[in-house]
Design a binder for this molecule. Sequence first.
Ligand code: 6GU
Length: 277
Amino acid sequence: MRIDVITIFPEYLEPMRHALLGKAIEQGRLEVGVHDLRNWAEDKHRSVDDSPAGGGPGMVMMPTVWGPALDDVAAKKVPANLESAEAHLNRPRHDELEGIEPKAYEAKEDSELPLLIVPTPAGAPFTQADAQAWSTEEHIVFACGRYEGIDQRVFEDAKKRYRVREVSIGDYVLIGGEVAVLVMSEAIVRLIPGVLGNRRSHEEDSFSDGLLEGPCYTKPRVWRGLEIPEVLLSGNHKLIEAFRKSNSVARTKKVRPDLITRALKEGTISPADLEQS
Ligand code: 6GU
């Protein structure tokens, strides 16, 4: 996968070189380009914004700068310039040890056009289903707006070269889209086949079955007087599975009742599961 980010704060995207994303770059499963929007500015002050048509507060980002930037990035005329921050040890991971083949999520869309994701609080909510669908994309471009936003004609025009999605990461307002890009990139890249090294760990993620994951424990068996639930040490996989399911349903019921309604409707859980939690 190739990810390009266009922003006026390239240094904000520095975290993409680290941890799992850095590792994906090193493995050759991911290429990342971070591009300063001002490279496409036309005047000597490298302006990217102007006053809003119709008046009002703030500034709007200019189509004359964004248009050429999106053209060049769609055509991959700019290099994937982000290098992994650190050499990661080349030790075998869970799936390699167990002989499990990396397997892709089913791609939803069949298109040659790259995907343009525009982070905005006015967008459709970003979900785990989006992360799964987009984990098989070949080329994703993020367009980070600041100020009041980007001239709407930029996105209308971009439809000729991209599939355009305006997306929000939650019901609150950020200063710009950069942090949202980090959030979405993590959610997407960890699902690229082979990146996480343990497919089961994302098949069992919170949200993958529409429920939240319950609590987890590790050794020692007793810590500060607190014990690991007995059943987890029983070796009885059926009982362990049932225990985890009921915890998962209980937690979801408590903190996200909206997800319970949906899981019942979709048949992920039965009324009996709800009773037992
Ligand atoms: Cl994706 N961008 C911005 N700027 N603010 C947000 C957001 C995105 N999602 C929630 N608030």
